[in-house]
Design a binder for this molecule. Structure first.
Ligand code: NAP
Length: 294
């Protein structure tokens, strides 16, 4: 196939996403900080590079999927970063969830080198990455979006171009805001039911048939009833995302009363040592406030 693809960051999400691109027949060059994680993809035909810079030099489109804003700055703008390997006309696509303001700054720095950038964070979790059914929220120039679309289509199902640079990250922040408050509502409702002497499993089933129905009630509600908090989506990363939500609100003067509350509760979860558990573990924090067990 025409475009050569680079992939940086082969964690829970990045590894299956890179695998889909490889399976589709693209030439793929990979790099991961912990080098051993490249082996399964190299065995399937990917080339391994020695640095993000080398990945970019070997690719027309370089995708990054790392953890947090400082990590993206590191792999793109750091001394061995993508920015030092890109050629004019190539594209960098950051699919990590990071700050919209930082995204715009990285795009500006890449533009100085003649390279384009898209922000393209995802929703759908590990399952969506493995199944190739992610929702992908994209910011950047429309013609660059059209160019990368065939690659996105190997990783996702709902792929939406939302506007200029940063629009994808703003959309992801909106997604996390809705998710956190829904999760809080479900956690409080199930704890309230238990404390009031009504079976929370029956409450969940009853609510699923009415206006309070949601995927969060369905999937995370069940996790809460089972006390199954194996990740999934780590609380540590969700705490990072709530920081992005509150920062984004502040940057435009939008008070986020609910979002701030949820962000504080995730801080409590972190302080209680729950960072490596699934983010639905918020139910345990809420139950603790009620003086009961989740
Ligand atoms: P993960 O399993 O913890 O993987 C993180 C990846 O980033 C690893 O490859 C890690 O390398 C790399 N990395 C971290 N810091 C780095 C640095 N400073 N320099 C170079 N590489 C670095 O995380 P994940 O679940 O795949 O999440 C990736 C992104 O997707 C995050 O922004 C997350 O918020 C977002 N996301 C996750 C989910 C989910 O359900 N998991 C859903 C939607 C969006 P090592 O292997 O060396 O540690």
């Amino acid at each position: 196939m025409g475009e050569r693809i680079g992939f940086i960051g082969l964690g829970i999400m990045g590894r299956p996403m890179a695998g889909h691109v490889l399976d589709a027949g693209f030439t793929v060059t990979v790099w991961n900080r912990t080098r051993s994680k490249t082996t399964p993809l190299v065995e399937r035909g990917a080339a391994a590079a020695a640095s993000p810079r080398e990945v970019a030099a070997a690719s027309d489109i370089t995708i990054t999927m790392v953890a947090d804003t400082p990590d993206v700055l590191d792999v793109i703008l750091g001394p061995q970063g993508v920015a030092h390997g890109v050629r004019p006309g190539s594209v960098v696509v950051d699919m990590s969830t990071i700050s919209p303001a930082a995204t715009r700054e990285v795009a500006r720095r890449l533009a100085e080198r003649g390279a384009e950038m898209l922000d393209a964070p995802v929703s759908g979790g590990e399952k969506g990455a493995i199944d190739g059914t992610l929702s992908i929220m994209v910011g950047g120039k429309p013609e660059v979006f059209e160019r990368v679309l065939p690659v996105f289509q190997k990783m996702g199902r709902q792929i939406v171009h939302l506007g200029e640079s940063g629009a994808g990250q703003v959309t992801k922040a909106c997604n996390q805001l809705v998710l956190s408050l829904t999760l809080l509502g479900v956690a409080e409702a199930l704890t309230l039911a238990r404390k009031a002497g009504v079976d929370p499993a029956k409450v969940r089933a009853a609510l699923l048939g009415g206006f309070a129905q949601s995927r969060v009630l369905e999937l995370h509600g069940q996790r809460m009833l089972d006390r199954n908090f194996a990740p999934g989506f780590r609380t540590r990363l969700y705490h990072k995302d709530m920081g992005i939500v509150t920062e984004t609100g502040r940057s435009v003067g939008m008070p986020l009363l609910g979002g701030s509350l949820a962000a504080q509760l995730y801080q409590v979860a972190m302080n209680q040592g729950l960072g490596e558990m699934d983010y639905s573990v918020l139910a345990r924090v809420v139950a603790g406030l009620g003086g009961t067990e989740s």
